[in-house]
Design a protein around this ligand. Structure first.
Ligand SMILES: *Cc1c(COP(=O)(O)O)cnc(C)c1O
Length: 400
């Protein structure tokens, strides 16, 4: 390893140690924190027998989630991927359509479109906030979009462009107003993949409140976890009702008869998972405060390293700081990998951001714009330990 590389790797290790102390089993990318009430609520499910698809915690969780985000409607489902699929369905995405989405995202964004038998169409990201770049979207649409009989088509594939799906990468809100005005210009609905960004805001309003529909994830690595889970947010009460109906086997209410009026999914969140969610929602502000403190500590300790920058909240919003990520100045994937080796060997769990979607075997043939930022960020990004327990407050301090 050249001297300059090992010096940089050592500086990064020192910054990590300065911010979060010596490596321990907490120096991992994610680690959930549960308040004592989680035990009480889950025990209540076990004691009462209401562990599955019926129970008070699901309703409570939906109500509290709506209150927290300000969304008029929240529908709890089994995971974020299912949430996003239902959002696409309700936005009208169907067979052989295309959904425009960032090329740098977790694979679920693309999978959810494919589950609707639609095709992802990849757009470049912004170098700073890592979300979909409005100029890249505009540029791509100017090149390929054509209006025919009231629908927007991709002239290269002759497929209908059905929706735009921005994703708030690592919790950093992307430029929703700019994206929304492009969507309006091309008459495309916007569905937000807000899987990572519960608690993040754009111009003071929670992410997930700006699209026609949006999806949140409560997977084990997210800021709030229900073990596995997700939610759909929407301001539109008709769509909310449809979402609820379709994720609950299209069951009609009746005192004893089992009536269903269309083909639907069993995507409802089980009560026992919702119980965990209610407990975490009650302390979400404290959990996010920990995340924010951790981000401040990293800012302090990484500021003097010129060969990299820590990803920051954009001017228009506030991140929930789900995951802290450094971007190396030097665009050389070998440097990234050498540093990743040193950090992981030292016990600081670190990983690059996702392999861009168009490099995954099932998505290589999808339509896409030019992706220079996506490619470059992938070669230069290193996510660093972001467990909320690392901010110096134990679960007991904060939640006890
Ligand atoms: C986590 C995540 C999802 C999917 O959530 P699951 O609950 O794991 O299905 C979707 N999109 C993004 C960007 C995510 O990070």
């Amino acid at each position: 390893m050249p001297n300059s590389v090992s010096n940089l790797a050592e500086n990064i290790c020192q910054a990590l140690e300065g911010a979060i102390g010596p490596a321990s089993d907490h120096s991992c990318l994610f680690r959930p924190q549960f308040p004592a009430t989680a035990w009480t609520y889950i025990k209540d499910c076990l004691d009462s027998g209401w562990v599955s698809s019926v129970g008070q915690y699901v309703d409570d969780f939906e109500t509290k989630l709506a209150e927290y985000t300000g969304a008029p409607n929240a529908i709890a489902v089994v995971n974020g991927t299912a949430a996003l699929q239902v959002c696409f369905h309700l936005a009208g995405v169907s067979h052989d359509d295309e959904v425009l989405m960032p090329a740098l995202t977790f694979v679920a964004t693309a999978n959810a479109a494919r589950h609707q038998n639609a095709h992802p169409h990849f757009i470049d990201i912004d170098q700073n906030h890592l979300g979909m770049c409005p100029e890249a979207l505009e540029h791509r649409l100017a090149k390929i979009a054509v209006r025919k009989n009231g629908i927007t088509l991709n002239r290269e594939t002759d497929r209908r462009l059905a929706a735009v799906c921005p994703m708030h990468c690592l919790g950093f809100p992307c430029d929703l107003d700019a994206l929304a005005s492009i969507c309006e210009e091309y008459d495309l609905p916007m569905v937000e993949d807000a899987a990572e960004s519960l608690g993040s805001t754009y111009k003071g309003v929670h992410t997930g409140r700006h699209g026609l529909l949006s999806a949140i994830s409560f997977n084990g690595n997210k800021v709030l976890t229900t073990g596995g889970g997700g939610a759909i947010l929407t301001d539109n009460s008709d769509l909310a009702q449809r979402a609820k109906h379709l994720t609950r086997a299209a069951k009609l209410s009746h005192d004893w008869e089992s009536l269903h009026d269309e083909v639907a999914w069993n995507y409802r969140m089980p009560n026992i998972n919702a119980a965990m969610g209610v407990a975490q929602l009650e302390v979400l502000d404290e959990l996010l405060e920990n995340k924010s403190k951790l981000h401040d500590k990293y800012n302090q300790h990484f500021a003097s390293i010129e060969e990299l920058r820590l990803v920051q909240s954009p001017a228009w919003g506030r991140s929930n700081h789900w995951l802290n990520c450094i971007i190396l100045e030097d665009d050389d994937i070998r440097l990234r990998d050498q540093i990743l080796t040193v950090l992981n060997d030292a016990g600081y769990q670190s990983a690059p951001l996702w392999l861009p979607m168009h490099r995954l075997p099932m998505y290589t043939h999808c339509s896409r714009g030019d992706l220079p930022n996506t490619e470059s960020i992938h070669r230069r990004s290193i996510s660093i330990p972001s467990a909320s327990t690392l901010a110096g407050h134990s679960a007991q301090d904060l939640l006890g």
